[in-house]
Design a protein around this ligand. Structure first.
Ligand SMILES: Cc1ncc(COP(=O)(O)O)c(C=O)c1O
Length: 458
């Protein structure tokens, strides 16, 4: 089918995720055709360096033949097996065991989902069940971070702290609350210790206001991703875990973006030796080659739920595709590539090189802040560095930047408030990191060729 016909059919039929439907119809789709390593080729044969791994997910890069072989072999052998009625498949069991063995502390029990939103949603359901079945039925309120993202399920979207996911959707519910994001660049805190203390104080105040007997859990990402790649100070996660323990509420770490080498180690919890009560993953679990997410449950909670539920009574949470054998086979091969294939190690080397290069961007007139952990980075653009002034919405800077970047052969995420997100594949070489930064700097320079943007900088 030719490109114009495809664009027409896309406009007429495909409802795209998190899109302005009007803008999308006007703009039309950018149709991608193939990928290899860190590069994508679109339908017009433009070759692009993918600085965002699709949607922070293709951690192993495109065109990994061994992953394709694992999927096709599993499809030919057994394309589907349910996990219901005590059925199972070899790859799903093997993947659960490998994940359980690698997860922090006693997070040894794995429930498979189709992606991140339903992993968060599953955690919410299991937490409710856990408190109800263990005689603490008043513990219902849940707290998360402003700017946090926990998916767009009907419940998780209320834990998400981004207004676009709330407006018109009747969330957050009265049981869902948010506290400030530990956002060093835009905080009044004098140093990291003060920022950490402020977060602990705010969580404590919120729990006290609601009554600890009414609060179930606190949810956080180790690095706030979709909210603008905000890297909390070192020690923040540990302090929040300690606060949760002291307050008698559960601590849920959402590693949907940060898991599987994105920040360096397999899980970002490892940076601080943390063991939350629940942990969610998706994206890098199968590196986008097949849909799959998972939630990890601590042994303590698993046993409490198992022991409190009588034999013959099902714990009623499930999906047809939970533990899908093809996705599990993909997950196993992807995990092998991270470990034996050296991708985790490569990502760590490239991440160090990336951090250095990002620091070099700070001399650009539009760059107010750079922050990164491993191969997850944010560049915050401002029109006045001293005032940390966000680009005025009338400048339409993110849209211009995304289009310019694409013309310069680079894909990244241009968030609405002038923050740019990067998450290149873990197979990226140091030379490709340099190319990414070179293309990005050129794109920033090109932005200044737009008169309104140039005039706004001061
Ligand atoms: C931290 C986090 N949690 C949950 C989700 C939702 O995952 P999914 O889009 O696979 O439903 C995302 C997606 O970006 C995420 O970044």
């Amino acid at each position: 089918m030719n490109m114009q016909a495809l664009l027409g059919q896309d406009r007429d039929h495909w409802i795209h995720p998190v899109a302005s439907w009007r803008d999308h119809e006007e703009r039309g789709a950018t149709i991608l055709r193939s990928g290899k390593g860190c590069y994508l080729t679109d339908i017009e044969d433009n070759v692009l360096l993918d600085g965002f791994s699709g949607l922070w997910c293709v951690n192993v890069g495109y065109g990994q033949d061994s992953v394709v072989a694992a999927a096709s072999e599993q499809m030919a052998k057994l394309p589907y097996a349910t996990g219901y009625f005590s059925y199972a498949s070899e790859p799903a069991i093997e993947l659960a065991a490998k994940l359980g063995a690698r997860a922090p502390g006693d997070l040894s029990h794995v429930y498979f989902t189709l992606g991140g939103s339903d992993a968060v949603d599953g955690v919410v359901r299991f937490i409710r069940y856990y408190y109800n079945i263990t005689g603490q039925p008043t513990k219902k309120h849940m707290i998360a971070l402003e700017r946090g993202y926990h998916g767009s399920s009907s419940i998780g979207s209320g834990l998400t702290g981004l207004p676009a996911f709330h407006a018109g959707f009747d969330v957050p519910t009265p049981m869902q609350h948010h506290i400030s994001c530990p956002y060093a660049y835009r905080s009044d805190a004098v140093d990291d210790a003060a920022l950490i203390a402020a977060s602990v104080a705010e969580l404590t105040a919120k729990v006290n206001e609601l009554g600890a007997d009414n609060v179930a859990a606190f949810f956080a990402e180790p690095v706030v991703g979709s909210g603008g790649v905000i890297v909390p100070p070192k020690g923040w996660l540990t302090a929040m875990q300690n606060a949760c323990r002291a307050l008698g509420i559960l601590f849920v770490v959402d590693e949907v973006i940060t898991g599987f080498g994105r920040t360096g180690p397999l899980f970002a919890c490892e940076h601080e030796g943390l063991t939350p009560d629940f942990m969610t993953v998706a994206k890098g679990l199968t590196a986008g080659y097949a849909p799959m997410g998972a939630l990890f449950m601590s042994d303590r909670i698993y046993r409490a739920m198992r022991d409190a539920t009588p034999s013959g009574v099902a714990i009623g949470h499930g999906q047809t595709y939970s533990g899908h054998p093809v996705s599990a086979a993909v997950g196993l091969e992807v995990l092998r590539l991270y470990e034996e294939g050296g991708l985790l190690a490569n990502g760590q080397v490239a991440g160090t090189h990336f951090a250095k290069g990002l620091g070099g961007l700070l001399d650009h007139p539009l760059v107010g802040d750079v922050r990164s952990q491993g191969l997850l980075a944010g560049v915050e653009l401002v029109t006045n560095k001293a005032g940390k002034t966000r680009p005025a919405p009338t400048l339409d800077l993110p849209r211009h930047l995304a289009a310019i970047g694409y013309r310069n052969g680079l894909i990244f995420r241009a968030f609405g408030d002038g923050i740019v997100g990067f998450a290149p594949p873990l197979c990226i070489t140091n030379d490709e990191v340099d190319l990414l930064l070179e293309r990005f700097r050129k794109s920033l320079d090109d932005l200044l060729n737009i008169k309104e943007i140039r005039n706004a900088v001061g």
